[in-house]
Write a protein of this length. Sequence first.
Length: 154
Amino acid sequence: MDDTRIVAWDHELRAAHSKLRAALELARDSVDEGADAASGPAADLTLFCVGFCSALDGHHRSEDAGLFPELRAEHPELGPVIDKLMQDHSMLSYLLADLRAAIDGGAEPADLHRHLDGIGAIMESHFAYEERQVLVPLAALRSTRPVTELLGPL
């Protein structure tokens, strides 16, 4: 087993979170561009917002199905932390569904920004908690599974 691969999981999680933050900003920008008919088609809004929703949801599904079971196996004391993180995932999934419905319903840019702001606030709180609680155990995680199985296809 490659030792550099073993200690990289904490870096992989931080990189995934950075990519998701960037995707959220693209979604926000697409709302603004979609509001200005001269600067971008409404399709961009759908592309970036739905892309962000899919990326965040995929990341959380992969953590729930791949990363968290491995962390629980190596660090059973993290059970309550992992339960809380999974609860956050459920809440974010609900908020993402609301955003998708707002997009499909042709919501105004201000409404879409409220959805994105709410998702962004919960996402940031979740990421900060996750990084505080699991980065150290992740640094020692002994998994040879592909990154996409544990953190999603980012």
